[in-house]
Design a protein around this ligand. Structure first.
Ligand code: SF4
Ligand code: FES
Length: 289
């Protein structure tokens, strides 16, 4: 992939050319001017490159995605192909959005998705480099959009329970210790955005997989498949081409839902136990005792 930079100013003829003019503060509103270096790539087979755009008069109350919407409106008006980026709920729930901003997946604020990041987090005159998630298992579809279906296949390998749940049971018929319930909820907060993979120097999906393994494995309903689940989900994760975990902990730092790396340790323990049991069962089946 090449990184040629060409300058394509966003059409806005009402403003002076300088991108570094002072912030314009009027009636409580504040606007800033930014220079964006955006990864443009037509499709997964084409070469990508950075293209530079001047984004002027950006209201600091806008979300990051609203800023991209505005840039796109101006690009369309100028007859330029708009920047493709993923989004859906725009409220930090769905896990669809995800842009690497100046090297940080989801940008500079901790525990914040790209859609909940606001332009007040940036200063007038800032230069922002915008890239898609970089991982072999997440091929670029176009510009800032990547294919995260590898995560769907990891979920399909074991992110389910097969007990008959029937109707909602009466309260207290199925007792769950409070600590387990809270830990399971913490793990279930994972929105599957993939920032953990993008942040990891090995492009490891251990934090995502550990969250999904743990939120079911901690609850009574998740016990029947607990051992097959962890073995199958880890096998799928490896088959998808994600790297291994070497304890950099960049995943936890980038995670917009603050999923703890302790879930990785929990998954490793579950995986070891499940593998030992499986190995023992296979030996007995072979008549090895
Ligand atoms: S663990 Fe965090 S960063 Fe990784 S997919 Fe889940 S929410 Fe996103
Ligand atoms: S668009 Fe849904 S989490 Fe950002």
């Amino acid at each position: 992939m090449s990184a040629n930079t060409i300058t394509t100013p966003v059409a806005d003829h009402t403003l002076p050319e300088s991108a570094t003019r002072p912030a314009d503060e009027k009636a409580g509103e504040r606007t800033i001017n930014l220079t964006l270096h955006v990864w443009r790539q037509k499709n997964r087979r084409s070469e990508g490159r950075f293209v530079t755009y001047e984004a002027r008069d950006i209201n600091t109350d806008m979300s990051f995605l609203e800023m991209l919407d505005l840039v796109n409106e101006r690009l369309i008006a100028a007859g330029v192909d708009p920047i493709a980026f993923d989004h859906d709920c725009r409220e930090g729930i769905c896990g669809q959005c995800g842009v690497v901003i100046n090297g940080n997946p989801h940008g500079p604020r901790r525990a914040t998705t790209s859609c909940q990041l606001h332009m007040r987090s940036f200063r007038d005159g800032d230069e922002l480099t915008l890239e898609p998630w970089r991982a072999a298992a997440f091929p670029v579809i176009k510009d800032l959009m990547v294919d995260r279906s590898a995560f769907d296949r990891i979920i399909a390998a074991g992110g389910f329970i097969s007990v008959r749940t029937g109707n909602a049971p009466d309260g207290n018929t199925l007792l769950v210790p409070k600590d387990d319930a809270e830990l399971a909820m913490d793990a279930a907060a994972c929105i599957g955005c993939g920032a953990c993979v993008a942040a990891c120097p090995n492009a490891s999906a251990m934090l995502f997989t550990a969250a999904k393994v743990s939120h079911l494995g901690l609850l009574p309903q998740g016990q029947p498949e607990r051992r097959t689940r962890v073995r199958n989900m880890v096998a799928r994760m490896d088959a998808e081409g994600f790297g291994t975990c070497t304890n950099h902990f960049e995943c936890e730092a980038a995670c917009p839902k603050s999923i703890s790396v302790r879930f990785i340790a929990r998954m490793n323990r579950d995986y070891l136990l499940a593998s030992l049991v499986h190995h023992g069962q296979a030996e007995r089946a072979d008549g090895g005792g």
